[in-house]
Design a protein around this ligand. Structure first.
Ligand code: GLC
Length: 473
């Protein structure tokens, strides 16, 4: 039997998480202001709108063999990719979990670990004597001054390695590669660095030429889009063709100047105060898979303290920060639209070793979980709609990747529904398509490396007195 009295008390407590359409309109309006400010000057906006220097999208004329490296979450991935006419062939790939200690170790230890993995992978693929171009996906806020130059502005997500902020990460990677490379091994040349959103957009645009927005909703969250040069006051170069560039919005930082405070709740504020990067990545902390389960945990704890959940007795795991995994939120949301809450029960059994829970508890946990995940999806939809309106096309597609948006059973649908609601209410003729770009972040890095060589591809390269063959595939 569900206790209606408790349910209504809980509903009143979690009410601030249930934003209405007006609130999302306000969010979109505030975001649009920040986007405009960021296009004028990076320092005057919380949304930095970093220039990526990626101006050309793939045109199927890319050829050759490239390495791609991805650093952005809990793993590093290396892929060897071959571009053939009408086909991208993954020759080999490798994924390594980053040892937990490295998240806080020095930058050189982190980059040495990465370089070691890349070199071992190249040796395994018999690339000795070959000069191979590498595209590097580095998914942290970085200022670029060229395609292969990126200064880290701040660590986000769970990284905090000293000695990297303020440095060019391409140089750090090159130095580590140099330290590790000896005569018998390949010459790995880092030719491009991109953000995961950019990689996703580039990969998506191979599937659908209307792709003009890249979206990641996983451990972190962020968007990029294609902007016309004439709209970018801070564009420092010429206006030659292609007259466009991909902008890495870094919209996870939207709200870092306080503009989102009116829409955030006390739980959002506590997550922020107790995070590694206080007052930073406010939008990301409301949306991303790294923070949503922590939000769920904190809300449950509040309700236990008020005697409204688990009869006021908290299971021990509820006291451990970041102990709940995002996959359990997806499991709970499988019960969306269903009467029985078997998946919620199943998830709770996995989260808490010993717990006693009645039907009212199940209803409450399902409701909190569903509310915060929908809120995340609606914030994402608002950002997408705000970006889509800047693109002068009726059909705009969004290439997306990331564990939350790809693995959650309803997240994508909620994003689409909210975007459609915006379109209908505003009467704007715009059709937003969605293209899944699995592993786009890493494939995109290889594609960008290939785009660099689309027109001009030397057969040999001389380096330190040695001649390397560019490819023998
Ligand atoms: C964080 C990073 C951003 C990245 C996003 C998704 O927000 O700052 O660069 O794109 O996570 O991984």
């Amino acid at each position: 039997m569900v206790n209606g009295n408790i349910i209504s008390k809980v509903d009143a407590i979690i009410h601030p998480l249930k934003l209405n359409h007006e609130d999302y309109l306000k969010d979109g309006h505030l975001l649009n202001n920040e986007l405009n400010r960021g296009l004028k000057s990076t320092k005057d906006s919380s949304v930095k709108m970093y220039l990526t220097y990626v101006r050309s999208l793939p045109n199927q004329k890319e050829r050759g063999v490239y390495l791609a490296l991805d650093l952005g979450g809990t793993n590093i991935r290396v892929v060897l990719i071959e571009f053939l006419p009408n086909k991208i062939n993954v020759i080999d790939q490798q994924c390594h979990e980053i040892p937990a200690t490295l998240f806080f170790s020095s930058g050189s230890q982190l980059f040495d670990f990465i370089a070691e993995n890349v070199i071992q992978f190249a040796i395994k693929n018999k690339l000795a004597g070959v000069r191979v171009a590498l595209g590097f996906t580095f998914s942290f806020p970085s200022v670029q001054h060229g395609l292969a130059e990126a200064t880290l502005v701040a660590w986000t997500k769970n990284f905090m390695c000293p000695g990297v902020v303020g440095y060019d990460v391409v140089q750090l990677l090159k130095q580590s590669l140099k330290r590790k490379m000896d005569r018998s091994i390949p010459y790995i040349d880092v030719v491009a660095i991109i953000n995961d959103t950019t990689g996703t957009l580039i990969y998506g645009s191979l599937k659908d030429s209307n792709c003009k927005i890249g979206l990641i909703v996983g451990t972190g969250s962020n968007c990029c889009y294609v902007e016309q040069l004439q709209n970018i006051d801070k564009w420092p170069y010429n206006y030659s063709e292609p007259n466009q560039v991909i902008i890495n919005c870094e919209c996870g930082a939207f709200g870092d100047n306080g503009v989102l405070d009116c829409l955030a709740t006390s739980w959002d504020r506590t997550i922020d105060y107790e995070s590694l990067n206080i007052t930073k990545q406010i939008h990301e902390k409301i949306i991303a898979g790294m923070y949503l389960p922590e939000l769920l945990r904190r809300i449950m704890l509040t309700l236990v303290e008020k005697g409204l959940l688990f009869n006021g007795l908290a299971p021990i795991e509820l006291f451990v920060p970041y102990s709940i995994k995002t996959k359990f939120m997806s499991l709970i949301d499988l019960d969306d639209g269903r009467k029985d809450l078997t998946n919620t029960k199943e998830a709770l059994k996995k989260i808490f070793k010993y717990f006693k829970c009645n039907e009212t508890d199940l209803r409450i946990i399902f409701s909190i979980n569903n509310t915060i995940t929908r809120r995340s999806a609606y914030f994402v939809a608002t950002a997408l709609w705000t970006l889509a309106k800047r693109i002068d096309q009726v059909n705009v597609s969004v290439a997306y990747d990331g564990s939350l948006i790809c693995k959650h059973p309803h997240y994508k649908r909620w994003v689409k529904e909210k975007v459609n609601e915006f379109a209908q209410n505003e009467g704007i003729e715009k059709v937003i398509g969605f293209v899944e770009a699995p592993d786009g972040s890493i494939y995109g890095a290889a594609i960008v490396a290939a785009i660099c060589y689309r027109e001009k591809r030397p057969k040999f390269i001389k380096k330190n007195g040695k001649v390397y063959e560019i490819t023998r595939f």
